[in-house]
Design a protein around this ligand. Structure first.
Ligand SMILES: Nc1ncnc2c1ncn2[C@@H]1O[C@H](COP(=O)(O)OP(=O)(O)OP(=O)(O)O)[C@@H](O)[C@H]1O
Length: 650
């Protein structure tokens, strides 16, 4: 992992020499930034203008003080003193407006840019195929939308005005000082390194501490994240590791505490040293300049102005040393954002794609699904992902990637009928179902819906036509209602209730104190496995797709859930072309066609009775896998089996 990949560390790693490799900026990055910045050209122009105004006002104030002393106080001219004092106040007020405008407009540019980049990256990432998400580490992706987008914004807004103000202030201050007294200015120039050298040393140490602090903070954060989500918490409990977890946490927390103390001390030290040095240099200038004043070579007001100007040198000098690193860091952030935007999704709508036509009258409402000599291998990393977004290069998995996961798969899933997929683990059943809604594209061969190659259909019509319920049906941490409406935002209350009734989940929901407004909890953990699947079925029924792809839950269910799910399934699948990865006896009995998959190929096909009579792989699987359900869960499956007719079991 590179430090820049960590969400909480961002690109700070760049500043720490020796720890993180400097990342080269791609040629053309600056050119690509221009169109983004140009959208805010007027705001940027105002920011630059007020930056100039601010710098000029800041530098001119000591000159007015000089005027007050030399032309007012010393010659005893009250009017000059008053006029100049009022002018200083006026300029200070003007400066308030300048700073206000600068903050407002640079905020608009900065936040506007963050908005533009963030929404663009989010939309782009959503277009990526499933393969992208199976490879990408979520934290790295989130970091692109958070840290890098914010870092990139700095290149345009803050740094632009900061660079301008730093250079301008330095030129103006040094120019004015030379104009007022070149010998004292020369002495000042000699003193400048004293100003920033100790600061640099402590700042470097502070930066190292900050980096290590962020890393420890990130570790602490991810520990909390992992332990506080339901699966993590369950693992801790089941293995009785609370004590070890707590001591590990307190060890990390202690490190965070020690670093924070050290940082506070160093920060204060820096402040003390700078104040001390400023006082010493000021005293030296006063001593040196005082001698000039007594000698009559310098006016008193000029000396006061020189000291005032000298104090203005510290900040820009300090900024100047950091500005190059800051700009490079910001450019790298832009690069990392562009890197994501440049990744073209491999599954996209073809030019000229057509919506799936409505089925011919008399042909039922559901189209048939066909696989024609389909071969498939999972895409390699470089086709779908960015190395920088993956956790560690997954070579081990990649080795097998060139191997075909499916080969020569040809079948016809008749319209409105149930096709069951059975086979050993890793046979390729899930992969087959993924090809129907185009979560992946075939490597060779064609998948057709209603006779149309899925690649020629619009993605929207394909998503409307195919409904998928996965084994671990995902629910968002929101209300049951919101999760259901995800399928069809305009569904009415009676429609929601109807779908829930059909999915046999309504009795459960109606008994909850908050009913449909019950929050399902993180990933739906507050619901049982069976309830979650039935809720997912209700969501599917609301969408009402003509084709259903279903991966049955394998979890052992009690008799009530089992029969509820069976009845729900019957409703969900009625009249629909269904492709079901069957883990239940009742489903395989009901299937109009069973495909037995092994090693990426269809080994056998037929009805339950035909396959059982054939005495092949299915008969073997049935004896070991499905018949086990009958023996182990005689009670649980009894009702469902009875419903589907106990023909083959008898
Ligand atoms: N995203 C992926 N990238 C690379 N290989 C994968 C990916 N998903 C699955 N595979 C591989 O493809 C093969 C088929 O997997 P698939 O999930 O289709 O099997 P399955 O028959 O559904 O198994 P199970 O019944 O255990 O769910 C397996 O060897 C698996 O390791």
């Amino acid at each position: 992992m590179t430090i820049g990949d960590d969400p909480s560390l961002g690109t700070i790693g760049l500043r720490v020499e020796g720890l993180v490799e400097p990342q080269p900026i791609k040629p053309g990055t600056v050119k690509r930034i221009i169109p983004y910045a140009m959208r805010y050209r007027w705001s940027l122009l105002i920011v630059m203008l007020v930056t100039v105004v601010d710098a000029v006002i800041t530098v001119s104030t000591p000159l007015f003080l000089k005027g007050i002393i030399d032309d007012g106080i010393i010659p005893g001219k009250m009017s000059v003193v008053l006029t100049m004092a009022l002018l200083v106040v006026g300029l200070a007020l003007l400066n308030v407006f300048a700073i206000y405008a600068q903050t407002l407009f640079s905020g608009r540019v900065g936040q506007g840019l963050i908005f533009d980049l963030r929404t663009k990256v989010f939309a782009h990432v959503q277009r990526q195929p499933l393969a992208f998400f199976t490879r990408t580490r979520t934290g790295s992706l989130v970091s692109r939308l958070n840290t890098d987008v914010v870092g990139a914004e700095r290149a345009v807004s803050t740094l632009l005005s900061q660079a301008l103000s730093t250079v301008l202030t330095l030129v103006l201050v040094l120019g004015t000082m030379f104009y007022l007294s070149w010998p004292i200015t020369l002495v000042t120039l000699v003193l400048i390194p004293i100003f920033f050298l100790p600061g640099k040393i402590i700042a470097a140490r502070l930066e190292r501490l900050a980096r290590s602090g962020m890393q420890t903070d990130a570790e602490l954060g991810s520990t909390m994240n992992e332990r506080f989500n339901v699966s993590g918490a369950m693992l801790v409990k089941l293995y009785g590791r609370q004590h070890e977890e707590s001591s590990d946490f307190s060890r990390k927390a202690a490190k965070v505490r020690d670093i924070a103390i050290s940082m506070a001390v160093h920060g204060r030290l820096l402040f003390i040293i700078v104040t001390l040095l400023t006082t010493i240099t000021t005293a030296m200038i006063y001593g040196f300049g005082g001698w000039f004043v007594i000698d009559g070579q310098l006016q008193l007001g000029t000396l006061v102005a020189l000291v005032g100007l000298l104090l203005m040198l510290y900040t820009p000098i300090n900024q100047l040393t950091n500005i190059q690193v800051d700009i490079m860091t910001a450019l790298v952030s832009f690069d990392r954002v562009f890197e994501v935007l440049d990744l073209e999704p491999i599954i996209a709508e073809q030019p000229g794609a057509r919506p799936l036509p409505a089925p011919e009258p008399g042909n039922g409402t559901a189209p048939h699904v066909e696989f024609d000599q389909v071969a498939f291998r999972y895409p390699a990393a470089e086709e779908v992902s960015l190395a920088s977004l993956e956790a560690v290069p997954t070579r081990a998995l990649d080795q097998g990637e060139n191997a075909l996961v499916l080969d020569g798969v040809t079948f016809h899933a008749p319209a409105g009928k149930l096709t069951a997929l059975v086979g050993p683990s890793g046979a390729g059943k899930t992969t087959i179902t993924h090809l129907v809604p185009r979560l992946y594209d075939t490597t060779a061969g064609t998948v057709r819906i209603g006779g149309h190659d899925v690649r020629d259909l619009t993605l929207d019509s394909l998503k409307d036509a195919v409904g998928v319920v996965t084994q671990d049906a995902h629910l968002f941490h929101d209300s049951i209602r919101a999760n259901l409406l995800y399928a069809r935002p305009d569904a009415t209350e009676p429609e929601i209730v109807e779908a829930c009734e059909a999915a046999r989940i309504w009795p459960t929901i109606s008994q909850l104190p908050d009913g449909l407004d019950t929050i399902v909890g993180d990933r739906g953990y507050r619901l049982s496995g069976g309830e979650k699947q039935r809720l997912a079925l209700a969501r599917l029924l609301l969408k009402s797709p003509p084709i259903v792809v279903l991966d049955e839950a394998t979890a052992h269910l009690d008799s009530e859930s089992e029969s509820a799910i069976q009845r729900a399934l019957k409703t969900a699948l009625a009249g629909r072309t269904s492709l079901v990865i069957a883990h239940r006896l009742s489903t395989i009995h009901d299937a109009d066609q069973i495909l037995v998959i092994d090693k990426g190929r269809i080994q056998e096909r037929g009805t339950h009775d035909e396959l059982l009579a054939g005495g092949g792989l299915y008969a073997e699987l049935y004896r070991t896998q499905f018949a086990q359900q009958r023996d182990l869960g005689a009670e649980p499956v009894k009702s469902a089996v009875a419903e589907s007719g106990n023909r083959a079991l008898g």
